[in-house]
Design a binder for this molecule. Structure first.
Ligand code: SF4
Length: 329
């Protein structure tokens, strides 16, 4: 069976897990690949106008696979951590994919929900495996193999590799190489690692001689500590990660400045943005640039803002070190 995996949204987090699992079960996996202009255009023209940019991009990826595969894999991730939920738009992805393919291709959509306990998830994965094989041991082996591949992928991200290098298992091209200026580029995986929609932001910062710190590179314990300080728990799983990373970067001065990547119109991010900006100001933290992107964002304006931010941080750092030297004298 040829199974298509759309290369948008949660692919940036779980793509390795899904691909490894399906391949180990004998499926031929067809990926839609990186986002391109035509994928974006078809998603934008067909998806609901109110959708956020990543959902439109995802729609385009599904359409790109429609005539090439026997089924499309779009799991429904309801909750990936006890006590939290994913964003409502992610909950509806399988339905959106079905609407996109107009029932021409079946959509395989196992439900993962940590609110219902681990056994419900194991059962969902097992039922998925049964679509490909009747051998229970093969399903278990495929699951274990895929999980270890997934852990390895996430570990590479924490070490400072970007999504593409981590997928390929390359160990060069670290985002952080001990350069003078260090900027946190924080946001959802798809808002940070999609080279097309972010206009190669990570590569451009690297070529400007800037070290990049992503949310993955911020130690988990620091993120958790920051979340515990908040008066209320954050309800959305992935927003917890984003807010924890921004607040940890701010409190412990892990970076010289933060670029918060947001897609328009994202409800959860707009709330987290206000929270993080307020906390950042209260802590007297680091300069923060919230960049909201959508399908109309022009490359010129986008780059001008990045360059101005980098220049400002360079000047600020230069001035700060001059003041320190003067005080020391
Ligand atoms: S979290 Fe925001 S950007 Fe992500 S799918 Fe939901 S609305 Fe879209």
């Amino acid at each position: 069976m040829r199974v298509g995996i759309p290369g948008g949204l949660l692919y940036f987090r779980y793509g390795k897990l899904w691909t490894s699992f399906l391949q180990a079960l004998g499926a031929e996996v067809v990926e839609s690949g990186e986002t391109t202009r035509s994928i974006l255009s078809s998603g934008v023209s067909k998806a609901e106008n109110e959708s956020c940019l990543p959902v439109k991009v995802f729609y385009g990826h599904v359409l790109a696979l429609r005539d090439k595969v026997d089924a499309i894999f779009v799991p429904r991730l309801v909750s990936v951590k006890k006590g939290t939920h994913t964003c409502p738009k992610m909950l509806g992805l399988p339905d959106l994919a079905r609407a996109a393919v107009e029932d021409k291709v079946p959509v395989i959509a196992p439900t993962i929900n940590f609110q219902e306990g681990m056994w419900a998830n194991y059962r969902a994965v097992y039922s998925l495996g049964r679509l490909f094989t009747r051998d229970p041991l093969r399903i278990v082996r495929a699951g274990l193999e895929a999980w270890s591949e997934h852990r390895l992928y996430l570990e590479r991200l924490t070490l400072g590799l970007d999504h593409r290098s981590a997928l390929k298992g390359e160990t060069e091209d670290l985002l952080c190489e001990g350069r003078e200026l260090r900027i946190g580029v924080i946001g959802h995986h798809y808002n940070v690692y999609d080279t097309f929609t972010t206009m190669s932001l990570l590569d451009r910062l690297s070529s400007m001689g800037v070290d990049v710190v992503t949310a993955d590179m911020v130690p988990e314990e620091l993120k958790r500590r920051e979340l515990r300080r908040l008066p209320k728990d954050i309800y959305w799983s992935y927003e917890q990660e984003v807010a924890g990373a921004i607040l940890a970067c701010t409190r412990y001065r892990l970076v010289d400045g933060i670029i918060f990547m947001i897609s328009f119109p994202c409800g959860p991010d707009s709330i987290i943005r206000v929270l993080c900006e307020q906390e950042n100001r209260r802590m007297g933290g680091v300069p923060m640039l919230s960049l909201v992107i959508d399908e109309h964002t022009g490359e010129g304006g986008f780059l001008t803002r990045i360059e101005a931010f980098v220049d400002m941080l360079r000047r600020r750092k230069g001035i700060a070190s001059e003041v320190r030297e003067a005080v020391a004298v």
